[in-house]
Design a protein around this ligand. Structure first.
Ligand SMILES: [Zn+2]
Length: 602
């Protein structure tokens, strides 16, 4: 079997800052230490939080700080096991370590579970008194947020039971999905030679200049996936049922309710945003028609939507991508440039493609005590430059927020994309500015439009699909046919009569990891992108004063709710015209593409 190599070959991360190897004795020692501390924590604090009148503020502070330190140390082992597993999912010792760490984490979280429950059970009056106490000011947001879950918690033995059963339930199904999809082989003929491709490699070919390559890439992708119909359907359908069962037990009124609570956003703002996005699908149809003209086609087929516009864009080796990203970040703020430089210089990034490695891209930032790591699969096209910039944006956010403590570190999903999308735009504008050939500019703008569509319109479609799948599952067991129908139904308004969907596309839902691991994640992309488009416009209008306020927003991490933190930048999430402003920016990009295409005679 041949695996194609790219310029990032050899760009592997160095996990040595965490542990030396899967059998590093410090891993076992750390797990044992965490376990001992969890026992001691339980002994010291059990029944001291939920006491008449509430605990003293100093006592509560000591408990929170101990818990935070424990979770930080456990997080280090957890992130190492996750990253090692992502480097090569096929190695049994990686799987074993991940499983061992998950089991230990479960045991530890069971021991300390009482704390959240006792804090939640405290009557509102007592809790309020503590929340307004200056001693606890550093944990105000964390403590207040923890009580939001009050109506949805079960009793301690019930929580414990669910947590244990999840290892052989939803988490096991998630592992099965990952192992299946990362080890699939996609037989693909290139110049008469049959190669076995990984999923990221076959997906990279859907961006190929040759229409026949793109068509075959889609056909191969969906053909291989459809042969796993039984497993993929069963995993998804079971997870939906599991989700609905938990919603019933936890008294969530709606399948999205838990995600909204986590995201610290209300259903009304999300629905407003989704409806505004749908009302602007016409922008997409307009662009698809320009694109068909540019490609010299009477109309677009699904496999044409990511076709490169013209042949003006050269391949981009990894070193060149690094240089461009650093220049663009530096021009925004030297702070951005310096932080990003470390990811390359200190090997915090794993960019090469290889068999067994996890597909896609992510940035892992578990605790402020550790620097983040980035994984991507760099295949030498310009789209990958944006992916690296995106993940580095996450990395910047994580590095800047390291001044927060662990419980104030993470942002909810809704604002998790604020820095990543912003970083992508910085790199995009830098690229366009440094080009003189209008053909190259047009190609770049089209690429940006398509990336933005993928983040805004497509993620809206994915969310509508999940809503439809959940609605159907609420009425009874789902067949593969019903899931495929829900998928096509959610896609139809987006593509309209501007793009023809192919037969195989029915299976388009079956490989998307978000549906398995983080249901209803996708609307956060829409949120993050539209929010950032508005912020980016603000930056261009205001210049340097914006930069320092924006950096302050990133440094704040998750120390307050998104709505409060965004007020730093003058954003009101419940202003109905707010979403339209972001969408108008996309309309502006499409208008620029139409203009350039006209000048070039298309
Ligand atoms: Zn992201």
């Amino acid at each position: 079997m041949t695996v194609q190599t790219f310029s990032a070959s050899g760009v592997r991360w160095d996990l040595g800052d965490l542990f030396a190897s899967h059998d590093d004795p410090r891993i076992q020692a750390s797990l044992a230490d965490c376990l001992a501390r969890a026992h001691a924590f339980a002994q010291r604090y059990r029944d001291t939080i939920r006491m008449a009148g509430g605990p003293g503020p100093e006592h509560l502070l000591a408990a929170v700080a101990e818990l935070e330190a424990l979770e930080g140390d456990l997080g280090k082992v957890g992130v190492y096991a996750d990253l090692l597993y992502a480097s090569d999912t096929s190695r049994p010792e990686h799987r074993d370590l991940k499983e061992r760490v998950e089991l230990a984490a479960t045991e530890i979280s069971n021991l300390v579970l009482f704390f959240d429950l006792e804090w939640m059970e405290l009557p509102d009056g007592d809790a309020q008194r503590l929340l307004s106490h200056p001693t606890l000011a550093g944990y105000h947001h964390y403590l207040r947020q923890a009580r939001c879950w009050r109506p949805h918690k079960l009793s301690e033995p019930e929580e414990r039971l669910l947590n244990e059963r999840d290892n052989t339930g939803r988490r096991a199904l998630g592992r099965l999905f990952t192992e299946l999809t990362t080890t699939l082989h996609f037989p693909f003929r290139t110049n008469g030679r049959l190669q076995d491709l990984t999923m990221s490699e076959v997906l990279a070919r859907t961006y190929h200049a040759d229409r026949d390559v793109r068509r075959r890439a889609y056909e191969t992708l969906f053909d291989v996936l459809s042969r796993h119909e039984l497993v993929l359907t069963s995993i998804y359908e079971t997870l939906l049922q599991d989700h609905l069962t938990l919603d019933r037990l936890r008294r969530f009124s709606h399948p999205m309710a838990e995600r909204h609570l986590e995201n610290e956003i209300d259903a009304q703002a999300v629905e407003q945003m989704m409806a505004a996005t749908e009302a602007n699908y016409g922008i997409a149809h307009r662009y698809f028609r320009v694109k068909a003209r540019l490609l010299g086609l009477p109309g677009l087929s699904l496999f044409d939507q990511y076709a490169p516009v013209g042949d003006a864009l050269p391949a981009c080796p990894f070193d060149r991508a690094r240089d461009m990203i650093l220049e663009a970040f530096d021009a925004f703020s030297p702070i951005f440039g310096q932080i990003a430089q470390q990811f390359f210089g200190k090997r915090w990034i794993d960019a090469e493609t290889r068999q067994g490695k996890r597909g896609g891209a992510f940035c892992a930032s578990t605790t402020p005590a550790l620097h983040p790591y980035i994984l991507c699969n760099y295949t030498d096209n310009l789209r990958d430059v944006m992916t690296v910039a995106h993940e580095l944006g996450h990395g910047l956010h994580a590095c800047l927020a390291r001044q927060q403590t662990l419980f104030n570190y993470d942002t909810p999903l809704t604002t998790a994309e604020t820095a990543s999308v912003f970083a992508e735009f910085l790199v995009f504008d830098h690229l366009v500015r440094t080009q003189e050939d209008p053909r190259v500019q047009l190609a770049l703008i089209c690429g940006k439009i398509e990336d933005t569509f993928a983040t805004v319109f497509r993620q809206n479609v994915l969310t509508r699909f999940e809503q439809a799948a959940f609605e159907r599952r609420g009425k009874g067991r789902l067949t593969a046919e019903a899931i495929c129908e829900a998928w096509i139904g959610a896609n139809r308004p987006y593509y309209g009569d501007a793009v023809e969907m192919t037969d195989g596309y029915r299976w388009g839902w079956s490989y998307i990891p978000h549906f398995i691991h983080t249901r209803f994640y996708c609307y956060s992309y829409v949120f993050g992108q539209l929010l950032t488009l508005s912020l980016y416009r603000q930056y261009k209008e205001e210049g340097p004063p914006f930069v320092s306020r924006y950096i302050r927003l990133l440094e704040a991490g998750g120390s307050d709710s998104p709505a409060s933190l965004l007020m730093l930048l003058g954003v009101d999430l419940h202003d109905p015209s707010f979403w339209q402003k972001g969408l108008d920016e996309i309309r502006g990009l499409v208008a620029r593409a139409e203009e350039l295409a006209g000048e070039l005679g298309s």
